[in-house]
Design a protein around this ligand. Structure first.
Ligand code: HEC
Length: 186
């Protein structure tokens, strides 16, 4: 029995050391983040012994900012991978960062496309680019065109004419988007 005891002791001591080490190891959560560029995530740090050294493998992919002693913010700048290492006196933890390409913003419903769609009601008389048939619209500013449309819509100008009938059929926002469509075509 003596042999087992003396052989077992150093091993037992080593296990105890390991256990106490991991109890004090720096904790980082989460240990991996994935986000589209332009967004940011929070990383929580705990159980730091001594000073914490932070290294970022790819600052061009993700930038790291310290919020307070236990909070860091990581923001994606470009698609790619980065590895952030948090190292204190006793241990280190690596955080894997994956930044994906940012999701493109869908075109707004009142944007250029909608303007063109609404303006197609005018094409038969003013041409697709505002240069055909009746009065020329191309070359005017959006404010000018909108102003004229408002005059027709309010009945101030040619209340019984073709244009009044047309302008009255649209909401104010729609007239604005039609006007900016014609101002944008050349
Ligand atoms: C059926 C033909 C017709 C359609 C469709 C039409 N217009 Fe006209 N538009 C005219 C005519 C004709 C005039 C000339 C003057 C008038 O009636 O006072 C005119 C004049 C204008 C003017 C004033 C130009 C100026 O120099 O004074 C603007 C602005 C205008 N239209 C914009 C539009 C827009 C925008 C639309 C579509 C929402 C449209 N029009 C649809 C026939 C049309």
């Amino acid at each position: 029995m003596r042999e087992v005891n003396s052989a077992g002791r150093p091993w037992f001591v080593a296990m105890g050391l390991l256990a106490s080490c991991s109890a004090w190891a720096v904790t980082v959560s989460p240990e991996s983040v994935s986000m589209p560029s332009g967004e940011s995530r929070t990383i929580k740090i705990g159980k730091v012994s001594g000073t914490l050294a932070v290294t970022n493998s790819s600052p061009a992919v993700a930038s790291l900012t310290r919020v307070d002693a236990s909070t860091y913010r990581i923001s994606g700048s470009a698609a790619g991978k980065a590895e952030v290492k948090f190292k204190d006196a006793k241990s280190d933890v690596k955080v894997k960062v994956i930044v994906t390409a940012s999701t493109p913003t869908p075109p707004s419903p009142t944007g250029a496309l909608n303007g063109r769609l609404l303006a197609s009601n005018c094409f038969q008389c003013h041409g697709t680019s505002g240069t055909g048939g009746f009065d020329r619209l191309a070359g005017k500013s959006a404010t000018e065109i909108y102003g004229e449309l408002r005059e027709f819509a309010s009945g101030k100008e040619d209340a019984n004419g073709i244009m009044a009938a047309h302008a009255m059929g649209f909401s104010d926002a729609q007239l604005k988007s039609i006007a900016s469509y014609f101002a944008s075509v050349r």
